[in-house]
Design a protein around this ligand. Structure first.
Ligand code: PEP
Ligand code: MG
Length: 895
């Protein structure tokens, strides 16, 4: 029989798939002997079964009752007992943290009778009614489906009537009235009464939390964080402890280190006389934890000791939720905490230094996405002027955008390509779509641990919160600073998530320290030093080599500074654009072989110069030069423009310029309905006489030039879009012929390996045969993705990928992260069959996936030799290649 409920004493952190992160960590803290209120966890298995059938799985409610009885026995009180009620919290807790995305109901067990008992035993009527109104509100919205804003309206009306700045000013009578008003609201909205039966409250709350797994915002969050949809959430049921029992009580959130910078030391927010969610929702302004040290030194010291215990035990930064009930500290939650990219590097380096984790573990805890974030520019503050306002620097980075005042507007404007900054008084989980769409988030209330801050940090989104001197008027779509400056919707602002400053207008950006280090090797500051440590270790452990995709000497030189060991793809088509286009037109229009040769001869010295520059920048390292690939018509003028020009000339009685007429005829002749699958790649080389020869001669002569200049050039020639070995054989014969010719003419032996791209399914499936003619393979995973899926590269991403991502057809665009099942399988087949036919065959990847973390892990696992990516991604690829080499990271499974 399945088991659906675990007491905290029976679980452990290893059971997070079953108990969720919260349940597993509560169990772990219980085992560590930390002060955790007793309770139990209903498993994710139960949730999945419930979501699949709409019914509680058999046996679950009996198990819940049994564990509840044990809890009642342990606490000596019954749930909702009228004279002295046991109250419980019901909280969601998925395997992966989804802060604020699902539901929680506190104070279960209160009703019209037990609220009086609670008032008596606690000695505080106000406290009892405050707890009851919280239950009715949370239950009403979460379980009974009343819009939470309706409760706020009632509350705000009361506050206004009492001229109360916050809820602390309301007395027991006010709160009792509020309970009645809330109950009436529920009845009006739903036609049903708020249930008085504690058992019913508990049972329905558990199911409502299960259901909240599928709430819109939770789904969106999962899609964004790539959390699978089928995990389900666990539910913890725990004895309530109360932070709202008076000034010697309170609730707080703590981090064992500063999650923004990684600096050691207890860090967080505390709110006295408050319960649970008050701290993170920002309804009142929390104070820094240092203040708790003053208010209650004994509880503070305990908290600090427990934080230390947790950090040593988890060997990582932990975040903690705690409550102080009349001077007694209770631990309500812990988990390995989210942190900024900079803090991740700093903490990893420090824990390695402290000997708490190994260098391998340190590397596993940082990532390429974080590194990329540190490479982003930051504001040039010398040019920034005076800030409009300053808030809490909650998630670092610099962003510029037009201020918008609600989530929907952010989404709307972002969809049309505008950069926006979402400005809110405080964010709620429903603001998530707007946060995703915005460049930055700015709030008037809340601290570093507010919902806005936690979510933004997780997304790597710039965030400044708690900018207290602005007044946000979402209705009028503007905010006003204390100095009286009005910022209307659409006004551009600049948000600095590292300093907390917000500026009017677009502030210029300055390069990051990490970028400077990568460019110059200069290690200034601890963040940069920790990035350097991680990259050094990655370089030491990785097997995958990293090259760059670069077409100019400047890009090649930058890539080399960033650590690229060669060029994996030099696209030659970029060299034919600009002023040289005319020469290409001449080549195409050539009426005779002799004219074409003249055109090619004019291109030759230009190409030679390109190659010599790149070979020089990458001296001693391999440079893979790809023969011309794109459809030829891309080099010709736009067909419509040309036709209009010719027609206009004719209408005016002018005979059109002969060149235009000839060009139009050529353009019409070469027009293709789907040029991506037309006369491209090797096909072009085989049908346009002299083209391959010219390009190869330019490479060979550049090699000779470099050798004569004392260099050590290593050019490799790569044939694109090969589908059949015959194509490669023909191309290779031509290449070899020209190489021999140039060697002969110059007396300098030019030996360039000749290889092919594998970017068509047919090439992958016949890799064994192709390897007979190929000295290396380079996977063009852009085209391989296009042709495996039948997705036109230029069309599909904008046309319907958003819908596909929405519907869960795939979790990430296959043009960003390699589709293992399909494209990955072809890669694996080609590597294996290519190597079987030609032992030691060198294989690389030069599609965009070469710079994508998840894809890199796969390429490592299937035994590819190198990845090649844009110069700016090179450090990311180095880091990820190192992480891929750590034990057990990825098996390259394609199922
Ligand atoms: C590829 O197809 O993956 C590739 C690198 O070539 P291109 O993007 O130039 O088609
Ligand atoms: Mg390609």
């Amino acid at each position: 029989m399945s088991r659906y409920v675990y007491d905290f004493q029976d679980g452990s952190r290893d059971l997070s798939a079953l108990l969720g992160g919260k349940g597993a960590n509560l169990a772990e803290m219980t085992r560590l002997g930390l002060p955790v209120p007793p309770g139990f966890t209903v498993t994710t298995d139960a949730c999945r079964a419930f979501l699949a059938t709409g019914e509680e799985p058999e046996g679950m409610s009996a198990e819940v009752s049994r564990h509840l009885s044990a809890l009642e026995a342990a606490t000596g009180r019954l749930l909702g007992q009228p004279d002295d009620p046991l109250l419980v919290s019901v909280r969601s807790g998925a395997r992966f943290s989804m802060p604020g995305m699902m539901e929680t109901v506190l104070d279960i067990g209160l009703n019209d009778a037990s609220v009086l008992g609670l008032a008596k035993v606690s000695g505080s009527e106000r406290f009892a009614w405050d707890s009851y109104r919280r239950l009715v509100q949370m239950y009403g919205s979460t379980v009974m489906g009343v819009d939470p804003a309706r409760f706020d309206v009632v509350m705000n009306r009361l506050k206004e009537a009492r001229a109360a700045r916050d809820d602390l000013r309301l007395d027991a009578g006010d709160l009792a009235g509020l309970v009645e008003a809330y109950k009436r609201l529920i009845l009006d909205e739903t036609g049903r009464y708020f249930p008085q039966s504690p058992a019913q409250q508990l049972q329905r709350a558990v199911l409502a939390v299960f259901r909240s797994w599928n709430a819109e915002r939770a789904r969106l969050y999962r899609r964004r964080e790539r959390i699978p949809d089928d995990l389900g959430t666990a539910v913890t049921v725990q004895r309530m402890v109360f932070g709202n029992l008076g000034p010697d009580s309170g609730s707080g959130v703590a981090f064992t280190r500063d999650p923004a910078t990684g600096r050691p030391g207890l860090y967080g927010d505390y709110l006295s006389n408050a319960q649970g969610e008050d701290v993170v929702s920002g309804v009142r302004d929390a104070v820094p934890l240092a203040e708790l040290e003053r208010l209650d030194p004994r509880a503070y010291r305990r908290l600090r000791d427990h934080a230390r215990t947790l950090e040593r035990h988890y060997r990582d930064l932990c975040d903690i939720e705690f409550t102080i009930e009349r001077g007694t500290l209770w631990m309500l939650q812990t988990r390995v905490g989210k942190r900024t990219a900079g803090a991740a590097f700093a903490i990893a380096a420090e824990l390695v230094e402290e000997g708490l984790i190994t260098a391998d573990e340190g590397l596993a805890r940082v990532g390429g996405d974080g590194l990329a974030r540190l490479m982003f520019p930051r504001f040039d503050t010398t040019a920034a002027g005076t800030p409009l306002t300053r808030g809490v620097p909650a998630s670092p980075g610099a962003a510029v955008g037009a201020a918008v005042f609600d989530s929907a507007e952010a989404v709307r404007r972002a969809a049309s390509g505008e950069r926006v900054v979402l400005v809110r008084e405080e964010t709620t989980p429903d603001d998530l779509p707007g946060m995703v769409a915005a460049q930055a988030v700015l709030t008037g209330r809340g601290g570093k641990t507010s919902h806005a801050a936690v979510v933004a940090r997780g997304m790597g989104k710039v965030c400044v919160c708690g900018a207290r001197d602005i007044t946000v008027d979402a209705g009028a779509r503007r905010f006003t600073t204390r100095a009286g400056t009005v910022v209307d919707e659409g006004t551009v602002v600049s948000v600095d998530g590292s300093s907390g400053d917000v500026y009017a207008g677009a502030v210029p950006l300055a390069a990051s320290a990490t970028m400077r280090y990568l460019e110059t090797g200069e290690q200034r500051g601890s963040e940069v030093a920790s990035v350097a440590r991680a990259l050094e270790h990655a370089d030491a452990v990785r097997r995958l080599e990293v090259r760059a995709n670069a077409d100019t000497p400047e890009d090649a030189a930058r890539a080399r500074r960033f650590g690229a060991r060669g060029i994996g793809l030099c696209r030659t088509e970029h060299m034919f654009l600009g002023e040289r286009r005319r020469l290409v037109e001449d080549m195409i229009l050539a009426p005779s072989g002799a004219a074409r040769e003249r055109a090619l001869a004019a291109l030759l010295p230009l190409q030679r110069r390109d190659f010599a520059g790149i070979l020089e920048a990458m001296d001693t390292l391999p440079v893979t030069i790809r023969l011309l690939d794109p459809p030829l018509h891309e080099f010709l003028p736009d067909r419509t423009d040309l036709a209009v020009r010719v027609a206009a000339a004719q209408a005016a009685g002018d005979p059109a310029a002969p060149r235009d007429t000839a060009l139009l005829a050529a353009v019409n002749r070469m027009h293709e309905a789907n040029p991506m699958l037309g006369l491209r790649g090797v096909r072009l080389g085989l049908v346009v006489p002299g083209l391959v020869a010219m390009q190869v001669r330019a490479v060979a002569e550049a090699v000779v030039e470099r050798v004569r200049a004392g260099g050590s050039p290593h050019a490799e020639i790569m044939v694109p879009l090969v589908g059949a070995v015959e194509e490669l054989r023909l191309a290779r014969e031509e290449v070899r012929r020209v190489l021999a010719e140039v060697s002969e003419e110059t007396g300098v032996p030019v030996e360039c390996p000749v290889g092919t791209m594998i970017e068509l399914p047919r090439a992958a499936l016949t890799a064994g045969r192709i390897a007979a003619e190929a000295e290396f393979f380079s996977f063009g995973t852009n085209d391989l993705t296009q042709t495996t899926w039948g997705f036109s590269r230029d069309d599909v991403e904008a046309a319907f990928f958003p819908a596909y991502l929405d519907k869960g057809v795939f979790a990430a665009s296959p043009f960003e992260t390699l589709d293992r099942e399909g494209v990955g399988r072809l890669v694996r087949i080609a590597v294996e069959e290519g190597r079987a036919a030609r032992p030691g065959l060198q294989t690389g990847v030069c599609g965009e996936h070469g710079g994508d973390p998840a894809s890199i892990r796969f390429f490592h696992a299937v035994g590819v030799d190198y990845v090649s990516c844009s110069p700016f991604r090179v450090p990311v690829a180095r880091l990820e290649a190192g992480r891929a080499a750590l034990d057990g990271v990825d098996t390259g499974d394609t199922r």
